[in-house]
Design a protein around this ligand. Structure first.
Ligand SMILES: *Cc1c(COP(=O)(O)O)cnc(C)c1O
Length: 404
């Protein structure tokens, strides 16, 4: 047996046992005590002291004035769009490669989703293509800071100013990330985050909107809490919601808020570790021909990470079948995740053709590099110990060398 030969072809695998990421989400005894106390307090609903503290701290940590905690990171996008006055007859631009929620939130407010291609380097929305796609009906863009990259926010914000559009940042992958010193989600009209099980801050299910705009904050709060404003106690509203603003129940519980409030203590450290391990891996694969890492946003520091994306689109690996790459890595002991393909190709996507459009010229980057050449190591891999990180680098180099 030969360790220079791929395990897939009968060589010795680099790891005898499959590699394991850091267990996710993190748990600790102190948080379980806090949850126990909430349980016995019988105060389980929304607006708990834990929720208020978490909202304040989360807003501060991202440089925003307001934060409104909700049930998940899909309704936060819906609430953001609705608060910005977007509805039937309007169009909203979204990147082709993202999770379903980004596109579906547009549909939930009755607007048309316009899919735009992404940049090859970052796999985030291409600002020049967004500009081409923006027409008279366009009211907003939802840039998605995807995996380990931030969108070019300078270009996004200047396009928004020029065309009078709202920017709603989808930061479901970008907790703790900053662009030129500005917190993810704080740069446009509203920033939306998810706290679903897999995300970098997690309470199982949850989401939050942040904004610097007092009016938008008021509208978002009312959308979350069936029309009440944030100062009224339930049943004693002093003022009603603005006419036509459809309000919902998007509230979440004290348990979720308490978990997030403890996790937030460690976010900064966590992001530092992810950045450190991402640079170690980048350095290890720098000389491997044919594979590259999704480029972090040029001005992102620190870079938030939902995952580290590997893109096998350079010669000689650009013609190697993607399943072969995944199988080769798995045989050495490393299981890659797949990146999102274009939303409009997802098996669950069923919008009627009148409810969305794909920009003229289609989305070739999203369809090719973004789908068939890209793999993701989710952030819990970046939280792994030094030996695991070293082994991940060696596996990537070995498969690149042997498949090339
Ligand atoms: C996770 C995610 C969301 C929101 O998802 P929920 O599961 O509803 O919290 C939105 N956009 C992106 C890009 C996501 O990854």
């Amino acid at each position: 047996m030969n360790s220079n030969e791929l395990a897939l072809n009968g060589g010795t695998p680099l790891c005898k046992e499959p590699l394991r990421p850091e267990p996710w989400p993190p748990v600790d005894a102190q948080t379980s005590e806090i949850l126990r106390d909430i349980y016995f307090s019988r105060q389980w609903s929304f607006n708990s002291p834990a929720e208020q503290r978490f909202q304040t701290r989360f807003a501060q940590c991202h440089g925003a004035k307001h934060a409104i905690f909700m049930a998940n990171g899909t309704v936060t996008l819906q609430a953001a769009l609705s608060a910005c006055g977007i509805g039937p007859g309007d169009e909203v631009i979204v990147p082709a490669n993202t999770w379903m929620a980004t596109a579906m939130a547009v549909h939930y407010v009755g607007a048309i989703t316009v899919f735009v291609d992404v940049e090859p380097a970052t796999l985030c929305i291409d600002p020049s293509k967004a500009e081409d796609a923006a027409g008279k009906k366009t009211k907003a863009i939802i840039p998605v800071h995807l995996y380990g990259s931030m969108c070019n926010m300078d270009d996004m914000l200047s396009l928004a100013r020029e065309k009078n559009l709202h920017i709603i940042e989808d930061c479901a992958h970008m907790h703790g990330g900053k662009w030129k010193g500005k917190g993810a989600g704080s740069m446009g009209s509203v920033g939306s985050f998810s706290f679903q099980q897999s995300k970098t801050l997690s309470c199982g299910e949850g989401g939050i909107c942040i904004t610097n705009d007092d009016d938008l904050a008021d509208r978002i709060f009312r959308i979350k809490h069936i029309g009440y404003d944030s100062n009224s106690t339930q049943g004693a509203a002093m003022t009603g919601p603005p006419p036509g603003l459809t309000c919902h129940n998007f509230r979440a519980t004290a348990f979720q808020a308490a978990i997030l409030d403890s996790q937030l203590d460690h976010l900064h450290q966590r992001i530092e570790k992810y950045n450190h391990n991402a640079s170690l891996l980048s350095a290890m694969i720098e000389d491997c021909r044919g594979v590259r890492i999704q480029s972090p946003g040029l001005h992102a520091s620190p870079q938030g990470y939902y995952g580290l994306v590997l893109i096998f689109d350079g010669p000689p690996l650009d013609s190697v079948d993607d399943k072969m790459i995944a199988d080769a890595a798995a045989a050495e002991g490393l299981t890659f995740g797949r990146t999102y393909g274009p939303v409009y190709r997802h098996m669950l996507f069923n919008l009627h053709p009148s409810q969305y459009r794909i920009q003229a010229g289609g989305c070739p980057v999203a369809e090719n590099q973004g789908t068939h050449r890209a793999f993701v190591l989710h952030h819990h891999w970046l939280g792994a110990d030094d030996n695991t990180i070293e082994m991940i680098g060696r596996i990537i180099c070995k498969i690149a060398r042997c498949l090339g």
